[in-house]
Design a binder for this molecule. Structure first.
Ligand SMILES: [Zn+2]
Length: 372
């Protein structure tokens, strides 16, 4: 691929699937991503498509209409990120579902896909609860499953689901990681530059916004630092990691994201004690910015605290650890009961169902059941 330079446009470097390093201008990237992902809102490029591009478009439309037709639904091959009531269920951007959740006072559950069993567990739970859902994949989990394999698997499951599903990158580390996921069909990405100074966090988030919004992909960012369980920190050390309301206001004014993860005392992984969320801080943030807020580290927070947080503007709650624990506990039990079992389908079915029940419990807690 050749390098393109346009006057007045910032140069950025991207690592695409297949290892091709491409240097081009941000607008060109947005258009290229839109063409590849088939979801561009931008006007068509001035030149006519080559015959291979036209063929690809026709194939994609034919595939969409075949898939939707098989499900007894309509198809238009366009607007793939928008849910159409009673007609086509497709992968949706998280923006609309999060706005609705914030307005109506519930939260969308965002559950991490660790493997095929987790994917099935989450989608089955969403369908059973008639809940909109965010399937999220971390860079580490994508590497574990295989990047292309995981994207194709999640996309297929989300597009076949009978409820609105977003496919979301969890804790994206760079613009390149976000673009790679958008190109692979993700409908939502998180850019986490929260460890960098505020100005740098804003700059990096804006670069992702420019590309993602051009192709109708939603963006989550993070402010404050949500680390691992920080039990060893002193109170003042812990305070220093939390989101500062005035900084949140400035961040959102300069980087108007679709969802904002705010550090209010939750942490990733397993809590040793009972986590204490800073509700006064959350309230102050909610009063300053009208954006769906995100609670990371949702595992192990008491139900009542989760409900209070949702009442104060949290519209997305991330859960992974509790699903993993439910899966692992059932797996241990099954292997102890039957030490001779060797068929992975027999080994993993019950743990998968245990994870599904945990996801259903969380959806009910978040008030998302029946909202699809
Ligand atoms: Zn997180």
């Amino acid at each position: 691929m050749s390098s393109v330079s346009l006057p007045g446009m910032s140069q950025i470097t991207l690592q695409f699937v297949g290892g091709t390093r491409v240097t081009t201008a941000a607008n060109d990237v947005a258009q290229a991503v839109g063409r590849i992902a088939g979801r561009s809102k931008a006007p068509a490029p001035p030149r006519p498509p080559s015959s291979s591009e036209a063929h690809a478009t026709r194939s994609r439309k034919a595939r969409d209409s075949t898939a939707a037709g098989a499900a007894g639904q309509g198809a238009n091959g366009m607007g793939r990120t928008r849910q159409q009531k009673g007609a086509l269920r497709v992968l949706v951007s998280a923006a609309d579902m999060l706005r609705t959740a914030r307005r109506e006072g519930f939260a969308i559950g965002a559950f991490n896909v660790n493997n095929l069993e987790f994917l099935r567990a989450i989608v089955e739970a969403a369908q059973a609860e008639r809940a909109p859902v965010i399937l999220q994949v971390s860079e580490g989990a994508a590497a574990y499953m295989g990047f292309a394999e995981s994207a194709a698997m999640c996309r297929a499951a989300a597009e076949a689901a009978k409820v609105p599903c977003a496919l979301h990158l969890d804790h994206g580390s760079s613009l390149a990681a976000a673009v790679r996921c958008i190109r692979a069909g993700y409908s939502s990405v998180m850019i986490d530059s929260s460890k960098r100074p505020l100005d740098e966090n804003i700059r990096v988030t804006r670069s992702v916004l420019e590309v993602a919004h051009a192709v109708d992909v939603s963006v989550e960012a993070e402010i404050g630092r949500i680390g691992g369980t920080e039990d060893d920190l002193t109170v003042s050390e812990r305070e220093a990691t939390l989101a500062v309301p005035a900084e949140v206001e400035r961040f959102y004014a300069e980087a108007p994201v679709d969802a904002l993860a705010v550090a209010i005392g939750s942490a990733h992984g397993h809590y040793r004690g009972v986590p204490k969320l800073d509700f006064e801080r959350l309230r102050a943030i909610r009063d300053r910015v009208d954006v769906p807020l995100v609670l990371h580290g949702g595992s192990g927070i008491p139900d009542e605290a989760v409900r209070t947080a949702i009442g104060l503007g949290i519209a997305k709650v991330n859960v992974n650890t509790e699903n993993q624990e439910a899966f692992a506990a059932e797996l241990r039990k099954l292997l102890a009961e039957d030490p001779d079992v060797y068929d992975p389908r027999k080994i993993l079915a019950r743990p998968r169902d245990a994870a599904r029940e945990m996801v259903r419990t969380k959806m009910r807690l978040f008030g998302a059941s029946g909202k699809a």
